[in-house]
Design a protein around this ligand. Structure first.
Ligand code: NCW
Length: 471
């Protein structure tokens, strides 16, 4: 089989310390770690928090590996002071976390829940006291259940509720939080939530997923406009991007790669940064939807200028033309592709390790879209970590993964990409959605029995990187 794309091998030689000895990031480069509310907070019944779609989904038998739920998670709701101390040890300048909308508006509409707001206010103050800037994500997948009951993201009203929520919480935290990200990975919310159904709310309706994607974008645009009027300082969105390559150079495989690139990358990049949906995507999706949910003016709202674009990068997709109309890789039913593994080393998620893909992604977005400054808002890896008898986690695999990806990002920087920062996913081992606690992404190991935190070897190494601002 010929491969149309031959990425640089992920070898110890290409990432050796000697090769990287002169890798220095620009002054002021942001180094951070990231988490998300439902994945770390726990305390799901405390202080007036309402249920989210993830509470419902995780408590539905068969939806999450091991029957795990986020009920307790990392108990970050109570242990955030300890976690902030860990961040201070890591030497990070920024902490990216998300707000649980159902803590702030338990019904997804109406008045604020003061106790929920207080929690985030205390968290922000505690971060600032330790010299760590809070980087807030407004929505990382935990939609208030009452809004799902009213139609969820496929319903236009959800976009309006989201913008209202954004305004209300910005009024309370905007004096201390400079950086606001509207959505995290809207692709996952739309297509895993409403098409494949592997994420909450677990619906399997292709056309609904396409409507959800639009209303997520619309909610983003409405929120950006409203927050701008409130004088918000730095506004952006985070998308998950992948290079998509055909497994061979055949016309069919190249067309398969084009379809997946449209459905995973350009479906968000084009509306956000060009104010239109890609023509080829509209044509591909014609059997599924006629896009009659898109109203005049929506795309102008969605493409309201941003201060930064967040990029989450984990791997590359390689595809071949297929015939299957259903299955895990055929979310809306128009894809007809198979995802191909190349035999590269993988993380515990089964995602091939491909740092070159990060370089390509940053260069591509920079050259094709002329975006605002970029941040890598997530990159990291799950591995089968073991807490050794001497209390150490020797996660050389994670260290080497991160080192190779930092170097790839640096290469993009030296070639002109305005990359301003890098957040490692994740600070802590946490609830990995449908995979429960079986996958560990943290720089810090969490013992879920005792809630004991242990800095992994990769975390210790990361603290050297943040302090040296280089490799
Ligand atoms: S699952 C996922 N992740 C992980 C999660 O912990 C975090 O909350 C997310 O922002 C790590 O980063 C993101 N992303 C889902 C990717 C699904 C890819 C499906 C590809 C199908 C071919």
């Amino acid at each position: 089989m010929t491969s149309a794309h031959q990425p640089a091998a992920f070898t110890s030689t290409s990432t050796s310390r000697r090769d990287l000895s002169r890798v220095r990031f620009p002054d002021g480069f942001v180094w951070g770690t990231a988490t998300a509310s439902y994945q770390v907070e726990g305390a799901v019944h405390e202080d007036g928090r309402g249920p989210s779609i993830w509470d419902t989904f995780a408590h539905t038998p068969g939806k999450v590996v091991g029957g795990d739920t986020g009920d307790i998670a990392d108990d970050h709701y109570h242990r955030y002071p300890e976690d902030i101390s860990l961040m201070a040890d890591l030497g990070i300048s920024h902490y990216r976390f998300s707000l649980a909308w159902p803590r702030i508006q338990p019904e997804g509409r109406g008045p604020l829940n003061a106790a929920g707001v207080d929690f985030y206010s205390r968290l922000v103050d505690s971060l600032l006291e330790r010299g760590i800037q809070p980087w807030v994500t407004l929505y990382h997948w935990d939609l208030p259940q009452p809004l799902e009951d009213a139609g969820g993201w496929p319903a236009r009203e959800t976009a309006e509720r989201f913008a209202e929520y954004a305004v209300l919480i910005h009024e309370r935290l905007g004096d201390r939080v400079a950086d606001w990200t509207t959505l995290n990975e809207p692709w996952c919310s739309a297509f895993l939530g409403y098409a494949s159904g592997v994420h909450a709310p677990g619906r399997t309706e292709g056309p609904a997923a396409v409507r959800a994607a639009h209303h997520l974008l619309l909610g983003h645009g409405l929120a950006v406009r409203a927050l701008r009027e409130q004088g918000a300082r730095e506004l952006g969105i985070t998308v998950n991007l992948y290079p998509v390559d055909p497994v061979t150079d055949s016309a069919d495989d190249r067309d398969a790669a084009r379809r997946i690139d449209a459905l995973m990358n350009r479906v968000f990049l084009d509306p956000l940064l060009r104010g239109s949906y890609p023509e080829d995507l509209l044509a591909d999706l014609a059997p599924v939807t006629d896009f009659d949910h898109v109203r005049d003016g929506d795309l102008a709202t969605i493409s309201t200028p941003l201060d930064f674009l967040g990029v989450n990068y984990y791997s590359r997709h390689v595809v071949r033309a297929g015939t299957a109309k259903e299955g895990p890789s055929n979310w809306v039913g128009s894809e007809h592709v198979e995802f191909v593994k190349r035999g590269f080393p993988e993380t515990a998620m089964g995602w091939e390790i491909d740092p070159e893909g990060l370089y390509e992604t940053l260069i591509r977005v920079w050259r094709e879209y002329a975006p605002p400054p970029l941040y890598v808002t997530e990159n990291g890896a799950a591995f089968d970590d073991r807490l050794d008898g001497d209390g150490r986690v020797r996660d050389e695999d994670r260290r080497s993964y991160l080192e190779a990806h930092f170097a790839a990002a640096h290469r993009a920087l030296t070639e002109g990409v305005d990359l301003r920062g890098y957040f490692v996913w994740s600070l802590l081992d946490n609830f990995e959605w449908a995979l429960g606690y079986s996958k560990r992404f943290g720089l810090v190991h969490v013992d879920y029995e005792t809630q004991a935190r242990t800095l992994k070897d990769s975390g210790r190494w990361f603290s050297e990187i943040t302090r040296a601002n280089g490799l």
